[in-house]
Design a protein around this ligand. Sequence first.
Ligand code: BG6
Length: 466
Amino acid sequence: MSCKFPEHFLWGGAVAANQVEGAYLEDGKGLSTSDLQPQGIFGALTPRVAGDSGIKDVAIDFYHRYPEDIALFAEMGFKCLRTSIAWSRIFPQGDEEAPNEAGLAFYDRVFDEMAKYGIQPLITLSHYEMPYGLTQKYGGWGSRKTIEFFERYARTVFERYKHKVKHWLTFNEINMSLHAPFTGVGLPEESSKSDIYQAIHHQLVASAKAVKACHEIVQGGKIGNMLLGGILYPLTCKPEDLLETQRQNRDWLFFGDVQARGAYPSYMTRFFRENDIQVTITPEDKQALRETIDFISFSYYMSGCVTTDEAQNNTARANILNMVPNPHLASSEWGWQIDPIGLRYLLNVLYDRYQKPLFIVENGLGAKDSIEADGSINDDYRINYLNDHLVQVAEAIDDGVEVMGYTSWGPIDLVSASKAEMSKRYGFIYVDRDDAGNGTLERRRKKSFYWYRDVIQSNGNSLKKR
Ligand code: BG6
């Protein structure tokens, strides 16, 4: 039996401004929080001066090379490209009254280029960055003022691009603030839980306000949230493990619950009380939260396990979320456990819970590639990973889950988020640049480039159930 996908399935790839654009101070852009993290999203805050050379300063130079890159995406048959707008290109410090025209003009050029090939943009308003000025002057999302600044930014870009961009996302992996508070909400890493949840609350209100603004401004537009889909399994069938797994899954599902249902879920009352977390939620906030998203989007790279066994908890930690490894699964070179069936399971969990369309906006394998003597790059490991995940997407669709599209992460090699490395490659397109920033930036098609082109051309029919 072949894999079946809906007729207008949005096949494509996903990147983020701070991981591809470079040009970090060009055309009036202000410093973003990402520019202060040259070691990656968990990295300590590093003061920057103009002209020094963190790897993201140039990244893959998408800022200047986007026509070539978009032409390559079009060659693969992309229907959709997810990228983000760097907020600090539009409002360099974050609190200006008027936007930076040169920043707005850049994204006009990018969207026009995509339109030439019929590629639909899927645009994240904030992907792991905000204007650094807002963290310095206002304490980032710790301040209610930031809601206003974000709403102004969101309204500005909706007005500007309303005829060019119909699919929007609010905050990338909004649940990541629990693990990386500076990246997520612009707070110091050592902030208290109350401060982090208060900042998250402000961000959730801002997300809902952006949803409202999008509904008002972008005719025929759709706006979703974006969750890090870190689904957890109990390590054993011990009832305590099951309960703890439910609790830990709620840590991230909480965000989806607020964004999709329009109110705080009841389980948070006890969670806040038992953890001595105080969050100020006004009646106006509650009203604002009622404006809910149109679809759920999420990233999926791996699953993990939960145990109440302290000894195992202390030894066997792996991957970015410190999940306990699953003994039945193999891992990538970076310790991320590979679990295609987990994607089918997650799609079903989210659809059962929200009954809203789902969009897989990140999935892929970060791996080291090598170039053969004849210049080819034979990335069968990546093809196998993506094939097996897409087969499970088709299974979920067959289960009755409504899936709008699939944008694989990093269709072109880019700077990794967690450690700011180039050597962790996700792309169908190789970029000649190493971790130290050496290389010509030349682009080169990998074997997976032709494989993905065939998948899209056949609308998934070429996938193999292995
Ligand atoms: C997601 C992020 O967490 O995972 C991306 O939204 C990121 O920005 C991706 O790049 C993969 O993580 P990494 O660390 O391998 O780049």
